[in-house]
Structure formats: structure tokens, C-alpha cells
Write a protein that binds this ligand. Structure first.
Ligand code: RTP
Ligand code: MG
Length: 151
């Protein structure tokens, strides 16, 4: 049975500037996850603050917000069974020094403040973050040719 669990993923400004978009998208595609929405944008101050509002009181909040606004990002909606935990496990730990090789941060990043990618940490966060970045009309419905072998 095809599944529609969805998560929100964003390649951060460092990932875009370092030319890592293709590598990162390819990992999700090869895993069997389906990209159902994707766009490049520069995040506004208000959107950055809303996105990371859970961290508003933390000392790193101002630098996190200014980093997220510092260049274009690639925002995506990724779909597939257990998409939220699977994508988090592919992303790795918040600190790249704790991220295993084979994860995106473990392969591609060195510092917590430059950790290449964001992914939702729960289905509730995914729903909230998807609606911050995408209208329903921007999310595609289609069948991937390998779906009958994935599920
Ligand atoms: P993200 O939300 O970006 O996917 O990262 P995460 O869930 O792995 O980590 P989270 O705790 O949500 O933190 C959000 C981002 O804030 C920066 N950060 N800096 N101690 C620090 O300096 C610190 N802690 C977190 C990181 O860029 C992290 O991804
Ligand atoms: Mg987080």
C-alpha cells in the first residue's frame, strides 16, 4: 500500500552554496522517498523566526536566523512510509561531530552552525513547517514507477 507520510526538508544556505543540492536530493530519491514539492527561495526574517520559533529563547537563535536568511535555500516536501524518522536518521545528529558517516551531516558537514540541512523532528512539526513554506496547490500527487516494489 502506498503511503503518504510527509516531512519537510530544507537544504540550508551552506548546502546550496557548496553545490550539494544534487547529492542531497539524490539520497532521498534512491532511498525510495518521493519529492512531492520543491522550490528555491531566500527565507525572510519573519519566516526564519516562525520556522525556528521553538528556539527563540536560546542563545544561538539570532545567529541561526541570520544564517538561514543568508542565501537561497531549497525547500522540499518528501513523502514515503515513516518519512519523518527515516529522513531524520538520514540527516544525522544536530552536531556533525556526533553524526555517523553515511548520514548527510556525517558525510558533508563539520559544524553545528553550518550543518547543511534541516528536517522536521515530528509529524506535527512536519505539518506546521510544510504549511509555512508551501500552499497545498504546490504539492504534487503522482505515482513513482518503482512504488510497487517499495511497498
Ligand atoms: P534542524 O532543526 O535545523 O533540522 O536541526 P536539528 O533539529 O538537528 O537541531 P535543533 O535543536 O532543532 O537546532 C536547530 C539548529 O540550530 C542550530 N543550533 N546551534 N548549540 C548551538 O550552537 C546550536 N544548537 C543548535 C543548528 O544549526 C541546528 O540545526
Ligand atoms: Mg530541529
Amino acid at each position: 500500500m502506498v503511503c503518504t507520510d510527509r516531512t519537510f526538508v530544507m537544504i540550508k544556505p551552506d548546502g546550496v552554496q557548496r553545490g550539494l543540492i544534487g547529492d542531497i536530493v539524490s539520497r532521498f530519491e534512491r532511498r525510495g522517498l518521493k519529492i512531492v514539492a520543491m522550490k528555491m527561495l531566500v527565507v525572510s526574517d519573519s519566516l526564519a523566526k516562525k520556522h525556528y520559533e521553538e528556539h527563540a529563547a536560546k542563545p544561538f537563535f539570532p545567529s541561526l536566523v541570520s544564517f538561514i536568511k543568508s542565501g537561497p535555500v531549497v525547500a522540499m516536501v518528501v513523502e514515503g512510509r515513516n518519512a519523518v524518522p527515516i529522513v531524520r536518521s538520514m540527516v544525522g545528529a544536530t552536531s556533525p561531530s556526533n553524526s555517523s558517516p553515511g548520514t548527510i551531516r556525517g558525510d558533508l558537514a563539520l559544524e553545528t552552525g553550518r550543518n547543511v540541512i534541516h528536517a522536521s523532528d515530528s509529524p506535527e512539526s512536519a505539518k506546521r513547517e510544510i504549511s509555512l513554506y508551501f500552499d497545498n496547490s504546490e504539492i504534487a500527487t503522482y505515482k513513482r514507477i518503482d512504488e510497487q516494489w517499495l511497498y
